[in-house]
Design a protein around this ligand. Structure first.
Ligand SMILES: [Zn+2]
Length: 324
């Protein structure tokens, strides 16, 4: 896997930019020994505290040295500039200084920021908490998928769940992908998938700066949508083709199954007029079909089998030598 680390940091530019450089009013510790700049905002922090939570800052061997003392020191502290939005850097530093923040459900934008920034700067406490929430929300076990109440993070009407797809891919959470992709297929319409947008007004998405799934990924979901619909007879709807060997009224039960087959294309809800024995058989076939479907779920999306899916873990890259 490619190194997730930022390519480099560089000495803060103080000579250009249209807006004046401002000090963060939330993260500026007078006894801090490092100044981080993002966009036109500076944060004064403690390198030791950052090193404790972030592999990136821990392994940052060589701070840029100012070529002349007046150039890059701010209040005697070296300055590094990160190529991120100030708001993202603020949230990352906020989490590093107050890890208790991560124990409560994040908002949807905070979840995305935790994944991106936690992955980029190797902040394990931040990345792991977000990844755990996603793994709980989009589990790899069908029993857990059935129990999910979609409550591990808070969303609002203007959130677009499709923003998760490119982030989950970028940070390498492979075990989350099948259930996440199935969530789109199951709960979003084909036009929403085509637009990569779950907001009713798809124009809002096209105007936003959010990173949406690529055209390739949207097509992948639509193809999977079609394949899954067409394959239901092999899986959860297997029962509509087969009655019980002990059926007590074959003509009536066959008629009920045929009517169901022709009238509806949905999950078995037990309301079809079948005899007792065919109902038992139908429920068994339905359950078996769901399990069979779940086993091959990842294949619909062109993913590897479940047992080969792996999630990125920050421990893996502790030895990476970062280039200053
Ligand atoms: Zn029957």
């Amino acid at each position: 896997m490619d190194s997730p680390a930022p390519r480099a940091f560089k000495r803060a530019r103080t000579e250009d930019g249209d807006a004046p450089i401002v000090r963060s009013d939330k993260i500026w510790y007078d006894d801090g020994n490092l100044v981080i700049q993002a966009e036109r905002t500076q944060f004064r922090v403690h390198r030791g505290i950052l090193s404790k939570q972030s592999v990136f800052f821990r392994d940052m061997k060589d701070l840029p040295q100012p070529s002349n003392a007046a150039e890059a020191l701010v209040d005697g502290c070296p300055v590094i500039e990160l190529q991120d939005e100030a708001e993202d850097v603020w949230y990352m530093l906020h989490c590093i200084y107050d890890t208790a923040l991560l124990t409560r459900p994040p908002s949807f934008p905070e979840l995305l920021t935790s994944l991106r920034m936690g992955h980029k700067y190797l902040v394990a406490v931040m990345f792991d908490s977000a990844a755990d929430r996603l793994r709980a929300e989009f589990p790899s076990a069908i029993e857990r998928y059935s129990e999910v109440e979609f409550s591990r993070f808070t969303t609002s009407a203007d959130n677009n769940h499709f923003e998760l797809l490119p982030v989950v891919k970028a940070v390498g959470l492979e075990t989350v992908m099948p259930a996440l992709y199935f969530f789109y297929v199951n709960f979003r319409s084909a036009p929403q998938i085509a637009a990569g947008c779950d907001i009713v007004d798809v124009d809002v998405c096209s105007r936003s700066s959010a990173v949406l799934p690529s055209a390739e990924d949207r097509l992948m979901l639509l193809v999977a949508f079609n394949k899954i619909l067409r394959s239901q007879d092999e899986y959860s709807l297997r029962w509509i083709w087969k009655g019980s060997d002990s059926c007590s009224r074959p003509t009536m039960c066959d008629k009920a199954r045929t009517e169901y087959r022709e009238a509806r294309f949905s999950v078995f809800d037990g309301t079809v007029d079948l005899c007792k024995w065919c109902t038992i058989t139908a429920k068994q076939l339905h359950e078996e079909g769901r399990d069979m479907f779940w086993k091959v779920l990842s294949s619909f999306f062109g993913l590897k089998p479940w047992e080969e899916l792996r999630d990125f873990q920050i421990e893996w890259c502790e030895a990476i030598v970062l280039i200053a």
